[in-house]
Write a protein that binds this ligand. Structure first.
Ligand SMILES: Nc1ncnc2c1ncn2[C@@H]1O[C@H](COP(=O)(O)OP(=O)(O)OP(=O)(O)O)[C@@H](O)[C@H]1O
Ligand SMILES: [Mg+2]
Length: 286
């Protein structure tokens, strides 16, 4: 399924699986993450997306299959181990301290110190500003509390931070889920920036319209299994949308409700219901 590409992938999953008690969250999933590529992982709620990235980022251990990082088999015991191998993860609920300045959050836990353990504040301010600029983020003031930034901007700071601290693989769990169209567009642009800088990006989303423009490869999960895995050239946006669980079901629901409305022609409530179902379907397509 995976087209031949040059070089050893940064991360390789070979038939990886994971269960929680008797729930099989993931089974037999294979995936390659290569430098300078965006791999999108799609799937409906409960499809196993977060489980998959938790395995790569060291939060959970897989109990089936093989995980390789730059060709070497690994089983991470902690996120620290993954980070030491250059795998950085940006979670949707970013661990930021809202009242602390942007630069402080940028260096949180990795503060630059001078002699006697004093923090090198000018260096950190300057570097945070430069790194953000390199990603195309022009913040007027890196001293402003990070809590004053929009959700999209905060995601971007987290991406710039991962790039600065030498990430080779950048994992983003639904970074655009809670964002409006414009903010989501901003985050998508930084995903492309990270790819241009040679990182291997794993982008988790349930929105094919966010995935398609930036993705080089797509993995669609359904109930913990790999439903489809392909390169962009092998799939259209429409096909990707159709593959997403829920699309077909919602269409069916819309039809069902519409015929209920037709049966009881004149019943305002049923018509309203059908309109809502149509809206629901349209939202899913967005
Ligand atoms: N810690 C856990 N303990 C028990 N079951 C879990 C745990 N984490 C996930 N699961 C189950 O594993 C399956 C996959 O969950 P996962 O969180 O990976 O899905 P997801 O694709 O990220 O969904 P969402 O879009 O809702 O974030 C689900 O059935 C879920 O209930
Ligand atoms: Mg999830």
């Amino acid at each position: 399924m995976t087209a031949a590409r040059n070089g050893t992938p940064l991360v390789e999953l070979d038939g990886v699986g994971k269960h929680y008690g008797n729930i099989i969250a993931l089974h037999g999933v294979s995936l390659d993450v290569s430098a300078g590529e965006v791999t999108c992982v799609l799937g409906d709620n409960g499809a196993g997306k977060s489980t998959l990235i938790k395995i790569i980022s060291g939060l959970h251990r897989h109990d089936e299959g093989v995980l390789r990082v730059q060709g070497e088999e690994v089983s991470f015991a902690s996120p620290r181990e993954a980070l030491d191998r250059g795998i950085a993860t940006v979670y949707q609920d970013l661990a930021v301290v809202p009242l602390m300045p942007v630069w402080r959050n940028f260096f949180l836990g990795s503060e630059k110190r001078r002699a006697f353990g004093l923090m090198d504040i000018p260096y950190m301010r300057r570097t945070a500003r430069e790194e953000l600029l390199r990603m195309g983020i022009d913040l007027r003031d890196v001293d402003q509390p990070i809590g004053t930034l929009s959700g999209g901007e905060r995601q971007c700071v987290a991406i710039a931070r991962a790039v600065h601290f030498g990430a080779k693989v950048l994992i983003l769990d639904e970074p655009t889920a809670a964002l409006g169209v414009k903010q989501a567009g901003v985050v998508l642009r930084y995903i492309v920036q990270a790819r241009e800088r040679g990182l291997g990006v794993v982008f988790i989303t349930h929105n094919p319209h966010h995935a398609y423009p930036v993705g080089d490869r797509f993995l669609v999960l359904k109930r913990g299994r790999s439903l489809h895995h392909c390169a962009k050239s092998e799939i259209t946006r429409e096909e990707l949308t159709a593959l997403m669980a829920g699309g077909a079901e919602l269409e069916e629901l819309a039809h069902e409700l519409q015929s209920a409305a037709d049966d009881r022609a004149g019943t305002a409530a049923a018509e309203e219901l059908a309109r809502e179902a149509e809206g629901l379907h349209a939202t899913k397509e967005d």
